[in-house]
Write a protein that binds this ligand. Structure first.
Ligand SMILES: CC(C)(COP(=O)(O)OP(=O)(O)OC[C@H]1O[C@@H](n2cnc3c(N)ncnc32)[C@H](O)[C@@H]1OP(=O)(O)O)[C@@H](O)C(=O)NCCC(=O)NCCS
Length: 196
């Protein structure tokens, strides 16, 4: 994303996304999911440089200001994945319960190259979905480049289907796809699964 356009301005936030901050998931799994904080920005920038250094995302890489915006935005759910204390991935996007139906939008998800295909992305998206459901969302949406084969395969696995093509979304001649996935309602026995 270039600095001049900046992230989109959204209406005032809905419910308790900030409550998600301070939650840390722990357990026997070596991949830990926790809310992002200001001290994570250097690690996040490294992931960004590694993961989006491709022609189709040349105009859509987050910089420090973008991450600061998301960290300050109470509507954004912003989670990191760490392994042995090192940040190896993140997911972020707004939880928009004022929409009809209430929806969460994944603005970005990325995993360090060396940590890919080891389940980190899955833990991140499952945690994002779980928290979005807890806050009342029934739908998840995102944009992705049709040239991003790994992204398409990953999102398909999590139930995302094409809604429509977004002409020149990533720059001139660089189209995007809007995708959506239903978020099943939590069963009566499902808690939010987070340790507080
Ligand atoms: C998309 C991305 C986040 C996936 O993260 P990950 O940690 O590698 O994902 P997981 O290991 O949890 O993979 C889960 C499943 O997704 C699918 N998948 C993930 N990467 C894939 C690839 N390169 N090719 C085909 N399928 C893939 C597979 O079904 C995989 O299961 P499997 O490993 O048992 O076959 C990662 O590839 C990435 O950071 N890409 C660059 C950034 C990006 O393009 N983000 C999406 C646009 S915002």
């Amino acid at each position: 994303m270039d600095e001049s356009s900046g992230p989109p301005v959204r209406p005032p936030r809905g419910p308790q996304v900030t409550e998600a901050r301070g939650i840390v998931e722990q357990g026997p799994n070596p991949i830990q999911i926790r809310p992002a904080g200001a001290g994570d920005i250097e690690a996040l920038l490294l992931i960004e440089q590694q993961c989006f250094n491709v022609y189709y995302y040349a105009f859509y890489t987050f910089d420090r200001k973008d991450f600061e915006f998301y960290l300050d935005d109470p509507e954004t759910l912003f989670l990191t994945a760490t392994v042995a204390g090192r940040i190896v991935g993140y997911v972020l996007g707004p939880v928009e319960t004022w929409r009809s139906p209430p929806a969460a939008h994944i603005d970005s998800i990325a995993v360090l190259l060396e940590a890919q295909r080891s389940g980190v992305g899955s833990r991140l998206i499952e945690s994002f979905f779980q928290e979005a459901r807890r806050l009342g969302c029934e739908l998840a949406t995102l944009e992705v480049s049709p040239a991003n084969e790994a992204g398409l395969a990953f999102f398909a696995r999590y139930g995302f289907r094409k809604v429509h093509r977004l002409r020149n979304y990533y720059g001139k001649g660089l189209h995007g796809l809007l995708m959506a996935a239903p978020l099943e309602r939590p069963g009566s026995t499902e808690g939010d699964g987070w340790d507080r």
